[in-house]
Design a protein around this ligand. Structure first.
Ligand code: CMP
Length: 152
């Protein structure tokens, strides 16, 4: 089992797409084990996007990500980090394949609706940034036997 940090960004919240995006993860059989709404501060943005802070697009990214509430989630499942990234599609909504979340709902590179951790180290760091241990509600889904075989 892997855990990944997923952020439904301000454009996702403002466009009333949070329900549709969460439904995709639920339909896939992924398990949401933590979820909350928050407003990202400039400081949290700089921590989250530390690798992008020096890039020319960062000021615009910070204005965008702090401009309205986001929904933060921890999503758990087999190979969840890769599976969720593939469900999101390419960074730019214009390049993302049809059938992916960005490919179906976004036409922007910045306003690409959803963020997900890009590897195990990023997932651990980002989960820690957004959630305390006590906010995580891991559980065994009752329908698990209908989502995968026992030896998977
Ligand atoms: P995300 O997956 O959250 O990771 C970094 C974010 O920066 C990315 O999604 C986009 O929202 C944004 N981003 C990446 N590249 C660019 C770019 N060239 N111009 C503007 N925003 C970008």
């Amino acid at each position: 089992m892997e855990r990944t940090l997923v952020l439904l960004k301000p454009d996702c919240v403002q466009r009333r797409l949070t329900g549709q995006v969460i439904t995709r993860f639920e339909n896939k059989g992924l398990n949401i084990i933590a979820l909350k709404m928050l407003r990202i501060t400039p400081e949290l943005s700089r921590q989250h996007y530390a690798e992008h802070v020096q890039k020319p697009f960062y000021p615009g990214l910070e204005r965008f990500i702090t401009g309205a509430p986001v929904v933060a989630m921890i999503v758990e499942g087999l190979e969840a980090i890769r599976v969720v990234r593939e469900m999101l599609g390419a960074t730019s909504g214009l390049k993302a394949a049809a059938g992916t979340i960005r490919g179906d709902f976004s036409s922007s590179r910045q306003m690409n609706l959803v963020h997900a951790s890009d590897g195990p180290e990023a997932a651990a760091r980002e989960i820690d940034l957004y959630f305390d241990e006590g906010e995580i509600c891991a559980y065994e889904p009752a329908l698990v036997q209908w989502f995968k075989a026992g030896d998977e």
